[in-house]
Design a protein around this ligand. Sequence first.
Ligand code: 13P
Ligand code: SF4
Length: 310
Amino acid sequence: MDKSFLISEINRLKQEKNAVILAHYYQKKEIQDIADFVGDSLELSKKAANTDAAIIVFAGVYFMAETAKILNPNKKVLLPDREAGCSLADGCSPQNFKKLKELFPKHVVVTYINSSAEIKAMSDWVCTSSNAKKIIEAIPKDQEIIFAPDKNLGMYLKKETNRDLLLWDGSCIVHEAFSLDKLIEIYNTNPNAKIVAHPESERHILETAHYIGSTSGMLNFIKNDSATTFIVATEAGILHQLSKDAPQKIIIPAPSHEDNTCACSECAFMKVNTLEKLYLCLKNESPEISINEELRIEAIKPINRMLNLS
Ligand code: 13P
Ligand code: SF4
C-alpha cells in the first residue's frame, strides 16, 4: 500500500475513532513519526494510565500492550501485530516462576515490566529500566528479593544497590548480542567518544559505559553531554529520535557479534509492526488485547505500586 495513503488514513481513523497511538523508541521510524507519543517503557505506561482516548494503539510489543490493557480495562487496546513478543517475557513461564516463588516464599518479588500478566500477578513490584534502582532501594534492606526475568539488569542492580538479589535466568536477545571486542576496537579509534548502554546489556559491556540508563535516559544524556561522539549500545530504533534531538552529535551504534555490515542491532519483535499493520489494526480494531478480570486485578497491584513511586 502507498505510504502517503497509509499516513492519511491512519490520521483520519485516529480522529474518527478517538484513538491514541503510543510508540516505543525501538519502533520503525515511520511508526514513531505518526505516533501521538513516543517514549520508553515507563513513560508509555504513564501515558497509557492517563489517556482519555477510547482506543489505545500500542506500537510496541505484546507485554507493553497488555500492560496498557491492565491499566485500562474499559478501553480497547490494539497491537498492530499479535506476534510482537519479547525474549524476556517469553522466557519466563508462569509455571516455573511459581515453583521458584514456592522455594523462596518469604522473598519480595520485583519483576521487570518485560513480563507477562501472569508473572506480574505473582509479583509485589513491577519496575522498568528507569526506576528499577529506586524500587529496589524502597524495599527494606533486610528483606530478601527475587528479581526477574532479566539477569543482566538484575546483576547491574545488585552492583548499584549493593543487594543480594536472587535472579531469574533471562536475557534480552538484542542487548546480550553486543561484542566487547568490536566495541573496544571502535572506542580505540574514537578515544574521545562516550559509551552509553542500556542496563539490559551484559556486564562486560556495562563496565565500559560512561552512562547507563533507559532509552529516554540515554537520549537525555547524549542531548545534554558536552561530548560530540557517542557509541550507543541499545536497539537501533533509538537512532531516529537521536537524529531529531541531537543532530549535531556523531552516533556510532555498538556492533553485535554477528554484525559485519551496518553495525545495527534490531529487535525482530519490535520490527514486526509496520505502517500497513498499524493502519489495518486501526481500521479493523484488531488484534485486540483481552485479559481475564481476576488476573488483571492481581496484575495491576504491582504496576500501581510502581506508578505511585515513580
Ligand atoms: P526501556 O524502554 O525501559 O528503555 O526498555 C527498553 C526495552 O527493551 C523495551 O523492550
Ligand atoms: Fe524484548 Fe529485548 Fe526486544 Fe526489548 S529489545 S522487546 S527486551 S527482546
